[in-house]
Structure formats: C-alpha cells, structure tokens
Design a protein around this ligand. Structure first.
Ligand code: ZN
Length: 277
C-alpha cells in the first residue's frame, strides 16, 4: 500500500515551530506534503491567528523569512513537498476561492511560480481551499499540468462529456454499494489525476479511518491522510475518541510498523501511472 500525508494551510502566519512540533520527528520516516497558501488573506481560516481574522489583509509568504528558510531546508532534505493551496485561500463572505472565483488560471500560474521561485522547488499538485472546486477551477488545474489533491466528482467539475467521468463514476458507485469506504486508488481523469484525502480532523472518527486503512492495505491501494498542523491539539468531537494529534500519530505508527507500506509524497503517488484506475 502507498501512504502519504497531506497537511493543509501553511501560510505567512505559520511559525516553523508549528510544523516542527507536529512533524519534527516524522521527517526521517517519510515526506510530508504541505499545501501552502502563497498570499494568505486574513479571513476566517483556522490557520489565521484570531486577532487577524476578518481583517481581510493580504500576507505574502515571503514576508515570513524564518518560515521560508525552514521550508527550503526541509525541501532540500526531502522532508517536505510543496503543493499549491489556492492563492488567497480566504474570500469575503466565505466564498470558496476556487469554487466561484475569477481568473483562476491566472491565480494558479502566479501562485505556483511565486512559490516555486521563493522555495526553490517544483509543484505538481493543487489542493483547493476548503476542498471546494468548480468545473472552471478544475479545468485551470488540468491546463496548468497539475494534479488534484482531493476528488472533484461529477458535481464539482468532472467533464460530463468525458467517457472517463462515467467509467469512474460507475466504478466508485459499485465500490460503495459493495460496502467500500474511502477511495483506495488514484483516479485518472484523462487530463489530470486525483487523490482522495482521508480527513484527520475533530469531526472524523479514528475507527472509520482505521477501517479504510486496513481495507486499503489488503488491496495494495493508496491511503492519503489529510490534516491541519494547526488543529493537532484539538479534541475529537466524538466522546472517547483521541485528539486530532493522537489520531494522526496512531495512523503514522501503523504505517511505519507495516513492511507492506511505501510512504511517498502526494506528488509522487498521484503521478504514478501504475496506481491509477
Ligand atoms: Zn485550507
């Protein structure tokens, strides 16, 4: 089974210690794929400190030099992969940047070039803010030659005229009707690939993720965690369940103790043609 970790929301307000606290010891085991916001707008994101929330000011990543240095070092050591996580991330009136926005292709091109030059890296994956994307947004992702972190689906952008759309739709429907949980494959939409995230947040249940994990392991599929560094201390909303950090830790412990698991970056896994359906 292929395993990866996607962590969303690194931005101007992120301190190196915030990432180090969660992933400092994990680095030698496998890479962490960070979905980074190039020009964070201080709206309602949980990654924006409370005193800045709702100011709507724009904060470019390069104004946080300690973070830039930390990311560059981590990338050079192979600990971090950088993915593009929107452009501003937050929009007024809680509009979802890549579900409704304008000039999405331009934002992808500019945000990607900015991060690639600032951090000295290559970006292969786009993760939509709030996991929300439109047909227009998805087309912009594919035209940029990027893959999608997350699954758009028929309602959020898969081309209705593409035979790929309907063969995948049928396959997933069949999988779910047979009791399948999660999406244990890389989805090939023709002009891009998509990789589902298994959310590790206060609302998700560890039993559910463990069930997906074990099933995927028996199939030799793909299991990708999707979490937020800023939420690791949060308790679960389900009584008796572990905190977000403990939930993540248990999945990582399981992954590193299992010899059948190959831990790679999101970009490596999503672009692997042998894992697609
Ligand atoms: Zn986000």
């Amino acid at each position: 089974m292929y395993f990866c970790i996607r962590d969303d929301d690194t931005n101007f307000f992120t301190a190196p210690e915030d990432l180090e606290r969660v992933y400092g010891e994990v680095g030698p085991w496998g890479p962490i794929s960070l979905a980074v916001v190039p020009f964070q707008r201080a709206g309602t994101s949980g990654a924006v400190p409370e005193k800045f929330r709702g100011r709507w000011s724009v904060h470019p990543l390069h104004e946080n030099q300690p973070l830039v240095d930390y990311l560059r070092t981590g990338i050079a050591q192979g600990y971090f992969e950088i993915m593009l996580h929107g452009y501003y991330h937050d929009e007024l009136h809680d509009r979802r940047e890549f579900a409704h926005g304008n000039e999405l292709a331009q934002r992808i091109a500019d945000g990607r070039r900015y991060l690639e030059e600032l951090l000295g890296t290559t970006i292969r994956v786009f993760v939509p803010p709030r996991n929300s994307i439109s047909r227009q947004g998805l087309r912009a992702v594919a035209r940029a030659g990027l893959h999608l972190g997350g699954t758009a689906g028929v309602r959020s952008g898969w081309g209705p005229l593409s035979p790929k759309t309907w063969s995948l739709w049928l396959r997933l429907r069949h999988w779910r009707r047979g009791g399948g949980v999660g999406v244990p494959w890389i989805l090939d939409l023709g002009d891009h690939h998509e990789i589902a995230g298994n959310a590790v947040t206060p609302t998700t249940r560890i039993q559910h993720n463990e069930a997906i994990f074990e099933k995927t392991l028996t199939m030799g599929g793909v299991f990708c965690v999707a979490t937020h560094y800023w939420e690791q201390d949060a308790p679960s909303l389900h009584a008796g369940d572990p905190s977000v950090g403990e939930h993540l830790r248990r999945l990582i412990d399981r992954a590193v103790s299992e010899p059948r698991i190959v831990w790679r970056s999101v970009g490596d896994i999503v672009s692997n043609h042998q894992l697609v359906v």
